[in-house]
Design a protein around this ligand. Sequence first.
Ligand code: AMP
Length: 409
Amino acid sequence: MPFSKLKISKNILKAIEKNGYKEPTPIQEKVIPLVLEAKDIMARAQTGSGKSASFILPILELYSHKDYEGKAKIRVLILTPTRELTLQITKAFESFSEFLEKKPKAVALIGGESIGDQLFEIQKGCDILVATAGRFLDVLSKKQMNLSHIEFFVLDEADKMLSFGFESELDLILEAIPQKRQNLLFSATYPQKILSITSKITQTALEISIDNEEQTVEKITQRAIEVNHENRSPLLRHLLLEHKWQRVLVFMANKRATENIAQKFIKHGFKAESFHGDLHQEDRNYTIEAFKTKDFNILFATDLVARGLHVDDIDCVINFDLPRSPSDYIHRIGRTARAGKSGTAISFIGLEDDEHFRLIEKRSQIKLQREQIQGFELKGQRIQKPKGQAPIKGKGKSKKDKLREKKEL
Ligand code: AMP
């Protein structure tokens, strides 16, 4: 089905074509017509499904039919969990409105940059405000934004927002925006809390999920390689040389580890970089851009990039350190096989990781054959956690986890 069947006008179609989109993804096919009909929606959508364009395109379409007069006012508020996603959505609005006669002004509000400059941008005139929730609340408290003209409220990656303590911030936000508005909510998973925040936001949301929602994951070849922890770096080098992947994303447990290992790999002649929450925003943007343009091809990162990193053509995701939860696993591996492509996700399983990975498999409803690679065979006894000690993170996150994630932002 072509995009033109979705009642999108020609100036936006032109931009869609320029972006190289040939036809709508399943989520876009379902969501776009409903947004155009002014419906509230709650869509279960993974990153990689094309969910961003599923709200950006119809919002732009509706915007282009309005006869707003005078100075621009904030009509659209989009909240996201990460700076990167915020910037990407803002950029996408700009690129899809390239051929519109009246281009909306989209402003990104993110931490790590001057509030004064951002407020100045908004006050100059802003139609679409894309923000991380924390920064949005900071700016809100300054009482220098007029939110009374908001018509669309979009919550992207709502489940991730919850893990940053968004639930308690939501009331403040809902108090500040008009009651009459169109609400568009997106979440990769549906924990109970999502239902509770949804009911605070809207009573009339249509629930959307896609029959083949696992499609993205199905295109990923998932592998589990058993290897002693001390052999993970040599094994990774071996795999990199063997497979000649163009872009590889390697997940590490902490910030310092990403830097140390990137340095080691550079010494071994690889083109590598690290990415984590302590980097300045400028460095983060620079690193992502350089990864996209293939200035280097191995990115060692913390879970900060597990959601919202829009780099297509990542051939392989490596779980050098295992993710803490099954949902982190899904989000990590979802960085590959995006937009209809295929990809590989490899998890390294050490002596102490077996039980933890089994639980990830169980909760993700997968079962992977354990592999060993010649020359890197697993040696020693598998370590079982003492009874009663949770080997895996439960659904809820500890205070420490929340703090850690907040710091990452
Ligand atoms: P998202 O799920 O919004 O993060 O999008 C995942 C990736 O798919 C992004 O790089 C988009 O640019 C790309 N994409 C979104 N919609 C389409 C489409 N209809 N055709 C091709 N690529 C798309």
